[in-house]
Design a protein around this ligand. Structure first.
Ligand code: NIG
Length: 408
């Protein structure tokens, strides 16, 4: 039971992602009680009686939000990219380093050299950090294996790490992340992914989302389209990294293919964002990238004002976004992507849950999973206003207190 809380939640009752103006409309209930039972929220009511045997947190007016949903991460990796980061500080660009065989490929080499157990162990440590930061549902992509065996090793490691974590992990098969030079040619590699890796992943992980990075030096528009047509025919939801550095037409193609989400959007054209706004796909903002790499951010206003759906994620990875904090992503999205604090809260909760096809979270309502985060603040706008600190006082995950009230 959480008593005397300022309960702040995206309004329940919407099927799928909140769109347009609805994104900024939060439901607020002051001095409320939230009762959880069996891992779910049982009741949300003003005042409210407390069952005698309840574990109780007294919020004393602090803000209670649905726990954060991080719908885009590459949290499973090995090695580090610190030397490359120093090169970037001296002026090398992300794509220069990728073209020279570093970047994603240097993490590919480290992941191939790592055991499934080591990958799962390191991922599990990162998940624990995220849980403490208020994130209870995390999408984790493969994409640093590139061979069939190494991609399968990654997805298995993600599943292994998830098995003992109190929160929820959603794996994604990022089959089109880079081009493996060892395959001989880009065409040979793409053929292998489509003819061998995709069927192997389909057989072991039916229905897993399939993702690709459409960019110069990574996967071309035509190759992404081929992969996605085959993935869609095999029953996989499609997600895509589009317009991160270059608008290659992938956003429009993703809309045509019925992608669940189009992620990044830093280089999208205004017309592209209008097209996305009119589609069923969710635009996923990843502002930690701009903060870490080059100061470029997606502009979310055309998307939201055009009636579209927007979600927000950390993009945690060793290359473009070494950050697991949704509060930091919120602070950046409000400063640089044009979201209001209310919109950013919906984007990192209910709308991120919609990207993952999980309508039972990202809201505070009877029947929803009891995943909750108690902030230090009494005004939710402070989540966006402050940055770089730790605004989380307590975390409840599946009805259990995983981070006891710091001020309790
Ligand atoms: O979303 N751009 C492609 N993928 C990641 C970066 C992965 C990496 O650099 O290791 C991203 O930014």
């Amino acid at each position: 039971v959480i008593r005397h809380a300022r309960v702040v939640t995206p309004a329940p009752g919407t099927a799928g992602a909140r769109r347009g103006r609805e994104i900024g409309r939060l439901q607020v209930l002051d001095n409320a009680t939230v009762l959880c039972a069996g891992g779910r929220i049982d009741r949300v009511e003003p005042g409210g009686a407390v069952p005698a045997a309840a574990v109780e947190i007294d919020a004393r007016g602090r803000v209670l939000l649905p726990a954060f949903v991080d719908c885009h991460t590459h949290a499973c990796w090995a090695g580090d990219r610190l030397d490359e980061w120093e090169m970037k500080r001296k002026g090398a660009s992300y794509l220069d380093i990728l073209r020279a065989g570093g970047g994603i490929m240097s993490t590919v080499r480290a992941v191939r050299a790592a055991s499934r157990e080591a990958l799962a162990h390191d991922l599990r440590s990162r998940l624990d950090v995220m849980l403490n930061e208020g994130t209870t549902t995390v999408e984790v992509k493969s994409g640093y294996g590139l061979t069939t065996d190494d991609e399968l090793k990654m997805v298995r490691a993600i599943r292994d790490a998830a098995a003992t974590w109190p929160g929820t992990v959603v794996p994604t098969a990022l089959l089109g992340h880079a081009i493996d030079p060892a395959a001989g040619s880009a065409a040979a590699f793409v053929d292998r992914v489509i003819e061998e890796t995709l069927p192997a992943v389909s057989a072991e992980f039916p229905g897993i989302a399939v993702d690709a990075f459409c960019e110069n030096g990574a996967w071309s528009l035509a190759d992404c389209a081929r992969l996605f047509e085959r993935a869609r025919a095999a029953g996989h939801p499609i997600r895509v990294h589009a317009d991160q550095f270059t608008a290659l037409g992938m956003l429009e193609e993703a809309v045509r293919l019925g992608a669940v989400s189009v992620d990044h959007l830093e280089a999208s054209t205004p017309q592209g964002l209008v097209t996305l706004a009119a589609s069923a796909a969710v635009g996923v903002l990843l502002p930690c990238c701009g903060f870490h790499l080059d100061g470029r951010y997606a502009g979310a206003r055309p998307l939201v004002d055009g009636g579209g759906a927007v979600a927000l994620a950390t993009n945690l990875n060793p290359g473009s976004a070494p950050c697991s904090s949704i509060p930091m992503a919120v602070a950046l999205a409000v400063r640089h992507c044009g979201l209001s604090a209310s919109e950013a809260i919906t984007a990192a909760t209910a709308n991120a849950a919609a990207v993952l096809g999980m309508p039972d979270r990202g809201i505070i309502a009877p029947g929803a999973r009891a995943d909750l985060v108690l902030l230090r603040h009494r005004d939710e706008r402070l989540l966006a206003y402050e940055f770089g600190g730790d605004p989380v006082d307590a975390v409840v995950c599946g009805g259990r207190v995983t981070r006891p009230d710091r001020a309790g």
